[in-house]
Design a binder for this molecule. Structure first.
Ligand code: FAD
Ligand code: NAD
Length: 462
């Protein structure tokens, strides 16, 4: 068996683990990263990036199939033809470019990368079984970043026509009909994309509304777009079984329904990956199914750290990356804690939804009286020139000192506004700070400016 020693051993090369390793290497710490599958983890290989590539392709295909918008511009196009295998090859090329990039960045930071599955021996030792045999690694610090995997339903086990999100992103043909179980992030993003690619989509959600994480005001435009796309939505419903061609569902009224389904995508959440590689032997304190961590991402064992999806919600790549960067800096001697004012959440539906900080109801519950300002995109010139003026920006601030507590938006392309919203919260901005900042014209960001003016009682363009 090969023997290696290092200061920092990172297990898992997803956004949490690879960022921890890069930063650790940059800080001069002798670092080894072990990845069982492919660098980039769920995010780059089967998550954030491939799903957004598919959404982009679906938007393009849908635009050509529904040429009303083009006609308004004086453009006409012929009947489109989709070679979906080629779409997937294009998506895969983006993934390869990014994962190769991660390998190069690790090398640049002088991180040693081992491909193989790590098994934990104790809090300072792991063995790795890979192509080059078995290696025993001893480290001063162990960073756990093993991520998560799709959760199954007992009646709908993955395999054949029952798909996880990973399977759905590998399809080389668009199914004629697709039933989606779960109207959360994955179900809504991929469900809408497949509907635009031409599948007959039915979405089955156990709770009384789609995207239960977001308030109804934000999800209304998405509900409308689902109807326009011909997507059937069964809320308050339970998926019972799948048989060739149909998903059987107990609908909200108690009646059984059969949704047409050449394939069924099950997207009912993700399960932390905390077993099967010796983690149990450390007997770490757990928070339910997740590894318990404090504000420094320290576990209950000294010099054992945990980051990313295995540590719980929100299971988002940017949270994992921020934790990874912070842990490397703490190991290198910095005094840091994870005290972000807000972790932005974006759902890449049509239209997109952005949530940063508290909703008006949550803000009221936490801080008492609040001021809320809305600005609709139908009064925003840039939205009109982009032919999509659905949605709004909503700002929520304390009534007493006007400190911004939350900014939410729904609309085409609003994901790119999330940085401005997060910065406002992180800098402790007041409504007046946003109102006195000059926002470039014509941009969607003017709706953010106007939402602050509206909360102060004097919007200009409505
Ligand atoms: P992971 O990315 O899961 O990486 C963990 C890595 O550890 C894996 O590569 C795995 O192979 C490796 N590993 C596990 N066990 C071992 C072991 N014993 N030895 C060696 N290696 C091991 N988040 C967003 O912020 N925005 C999005 O738009 C978004 N879209 C998504 C779309 C989909 C379809 C999915 C599934 C997820 C999406 N996410 C998104 C969530 C995001 O992918 C995760 O939050 C993120 O990948 C978590 O990073 P991580 O480093 O904690 O774990
Ligand atoms: P999710 O938690 O977002 O949604 C799961 C949905 O399934 C919920 O609405 C839930 O009520 C429903 N559900 C649960 N059991 C059900 C059942 N038996 N029948 C019908 N509905 C049921 O989970 P997800 O969509 O699988 O995504 C997993 C995680 O991946 C998310 O929590 C998110 O953190 C991450 N993700 C993020 C993005 C993004 O940031 N844009 C995109 C995709 C995934």
């Amino acid at each position: 068996m090969n023997e290696l020693r290092c200061k920092v051993l990172v297990i898992g090369g997803g956004p949490g683990g690879y960022v921890a390793a890069i930063r650790s290497g940059q800080l001069g710490l002798d670092t080894i990263l072990v990845e069982a599958n492919k660098l980039g983890g769920a995010c780059l290989n089967v998550g954030c990036i491939p799903s957004k590539a598919l959404i982009h392709a679906a938007d393009a295909a849908h635009g050509l199939r529904e040429p009303r918008a083009f006609r308004a511009l004086g453009l006409s196009v012929g009947a489109p033809k989709l070679d979906f295998a080629r779409t997937i090859a294009w998506k895969n090329a983006i993934v390869t470019r990014l994962t190769n990039g991660v390998g190069a960045l690790l090398k640049k930071a002088k991180v040693r990368t081992l491909l193989g599955t790590a098994t934990i021996v104790d809090g300072k030792t792991a063995t790795v079984t890979g192509d080059t045999g078995e290696t025993r690694i001893s480290a001063e610090h162990l960073v756990l970043a093993t991520g998560s995997e799709s959760a199954e339903l007992p009646a709908l086990k993955f395999g054949g026509d029952i798909l996880s999100s990973t399977d759905a992103l590998k399809l080389t043909e668009v199914p004629r009909s697709l039933a989606v179980v779960g109207a959360g992030y994955i179900g809504m993003e991929l469900g809408m994309a497949f509907a635009k690619l031409g599948a007959k989509v039915t979405i089955v959600e156990a709770l009384p509304k789609i995207l239960p994480l977001y308030d109804s005001e934000l999800t209304q435009p998405v509900v409308r777009r689902l109807a326009e796309l011909g997507v059937e939505t069964l809320v308050g419903a339970r998926a019972l079984s799948f048989a060739k061609g149909a998903l059987h569902v107990a609908a909200a009224d108690g009646k059984e329904r059969a949704a047409p389904a050449d394939k069924a995508l099950v997207a009912v959440g993700r399960r932390a990956r905390t077993s099967g590689f010796g983690l149990e032997s450390l007997d770490l304190t757990m928070s339910g199914p997740f590894v318990h961590i404090d504000e420094k991402c320290a576990t209950s064992m000294r010099n054992v750290w945990a980051i990313g999806d295995m540590t719980g919600e929100p299971m988002l790549a940017h949270r994992a990356m921020a934790q990874g960067e912070m842990v490397a800096e703490i190991i290198a001697g910095s005094k840091r804690a994870f005290d972000a004012k807000a972790i932005p959440a974006i759902c890449f539906t049509d239209p997109e939804i952005v949530a940063v900080g508290l909703s008006p109801d949550a803000a009221k519950a936490a801080h008492g009286e609040v001021r809320v300002g809305h600005f609709p995109f139908r009064a925003n010139g840039r939205a009109m020139t982009l032919q999509d003026d659905e949605g709004f920006v909503r700002i929520t601030a304390r009534a007493d000192n006007h400190v911004v507590l939350g900014v939410h938006a729904v609309g085409a392309g609003v994901s790119e506004l999330s940085a401005a919203f997060s910065l406002a919260l992180e800098m402790g901005a007041r409504l007046e700070d946003v109102a006195l900042t000059i926002h470039a014209h014509p941009t969607l960001s003017e709706a953010f400016h106007e939402s602050a003016l509206a909360a102060l009682g004097h919007p200009l363009h409505i």
